[in-house]
Design a protein around this ligand. Structure first.
Ligand SMILES: *Cc1c(COP(=O)(O)O)cnc(C)c1O
Length: 379
């Protein structure tokens, strides 16, 4: 039996999601742009999906644009906003996902200017520094709603207020936040918001970008007239159907799901802190995603620990799935002030609603055994 605790990297599709997709991979294979009944049914299906997704955010269907996932949504929002002019300035945080971070680096190479705002030791952005960084040529702010490594939930309502006050566009990467924290179109005042299906038990390779009506966002993908002419490419019909189903389910049982995750997560955190020596919890103690734990264990190499857990049939991540292939310490863990050593010692466990206390106990016992073994070898 396998225990999967890497839900921040990706999630398993629900049976209902697969079932919602299957017809559009078989009998209902029409190209939504074509002119016959088979195509019209596919077109109707994606417009229905757009309505359902809009309902989860309380926005209008025409404000939802389907993309190939979180990475494309982030690239589109940032590059297209900035590159609409030849120069300009934008503001982001030091703990963004690589899809945002590397888009900003790309823009810097093209001559645009980017301010990277500090976070505190818990990963919360400095609002004062953010507001002070705004200049006359600042075009946008991009700050994530919740962090994928340490789980910290950022004050997006406050950031939105600052952006609005200074007439600057506000984009948020909500890939980890969507359906897991309360996002409110009116209160939070964001102009663009990125979501990915495979982080909410939907299929990989599909997502969307919410774009507030009236926001000027040039196309990123050029080609046909799909998505009102701003995102070309034949629609991923089955993927969109799967995403809409996954979104609907995620919002339907949200209260119960989150409270179960909180309960198990808090139980695990308190046992780990009590029973495992030199365990440091990374990220904010309370303003964090319900399913996220990130620990650095003193005198332990995170990669080695992950391999030991793998042998015990536990899937966990060292720091972040995206950085595990590289030797560089995670930029997120560095930004919250961890030493290289403590950053390399980090392990991320992200649970889902199906985890039982019995499974949680098994994972804690394995962790305890592995960590203490590594600490006695290395310490
Ligand atoms: C996973 C993730 C992305 C990338 O989404 P993909 O659909 O995998 O491209 C972007 N931002 C955050 C915060 C993520 O967790």
């Amino acid at each position: 039996m396998m225990i999967y605790m890497d839900n921040a990297a990706t999630t398993r599709m629900r049976r209902e999601v697969v079932e919602a997709m299957l017809p559009y991979m078989t009998a209902e294979y029409g190209n939504p742009s074509a002119g016959y009944e088979l195509a019209a049914r596919a077109k109707k299906a994606i417009e229905q999906a757009r309505e359902e997704i809009a309902d989860t955010l309380g926005c209008e269907a025409e404000e939802i644009f389907f993309t190939s996932g979180g990475t494309e949504s982030d690239n589109w929002a940032i590059k297209s906003t900035m590159m609409a002019k030849n120069r300009g300035h934008m503001i982001t945080s030091k703990i963004e996902h690589h899809a945002v971070f590397h888009s900003c680096r790309f823009l810097e190479q093209k001559g645009y200017q980017v301010s990277y705002i500090d976070v505190d030791a818990d990963g919360l952005i400095s609002l004062e520094q953010l507001e002070n960084a705004i200049r006359p040529d600042t075009r946008m702010i991009s700050v994530m709603a919740a962090n994928n490594e340490i789980g910290t939930v950022e004050p997006i309502a406050e950031i939105g207020k600052i952006a609005r006050k200074h007439h600057v566009l506000f984009h948020t990467d909500a890939v980890q936040a969507y359906s897991n924290i309360d996002l409110n179109i009116e209160r939070d005042e964001f102009d663009m918001l990125s979501v990915s299906a495979h982080k909410i038990n939907g299929p990989k390779g599909v997502g969307f970008l919410y774009v507030r009506k009236g926001t000027k966002l040039p196309p990123f993908m050029c080609g046909g007239a799909q998505e009102h002419g701003v995102r070309a490419g034949t629609e991923n019909v089955s993927g969109i159907m799967g995403m809409a189903k996954a979104a609907k389910l995620a919002f339907q049982n949200r209260k119960m799901r989150l409270s179960h995750e909180y309960e198990i997560r808090n139980y695990m955190i308190s046992r780990i802190q009590r029973e495992i020596p030199y365990a440091k919890l990374n990220g904010h103690p309370t303003k964090r995603l319900a399913n996220n734990m990130n620990f650095s264990f003193g005198n332990v190499d995170g990669g080695t620990l992950i391999a030991m857990l793998d042998h015990q049939n536990i899937c966990a991540a060292s720091g972040s799935a995206c950085t595990s292939a590289s030797k560089e310490a995670s930029h997120v863990l560095k930004a919250i002030g961890l030493s290289d050593e403590m950053a390399h010692a980090a392990v991320r466990l992200t649970i889902n609603e199906n985890i039982t206390f019995q499974e949680a106990d098994y994972v804690i016992n394995c962790l305890k055994y592995d960590v203490m073994r590594l600490q006695s070898e290395l310490g």
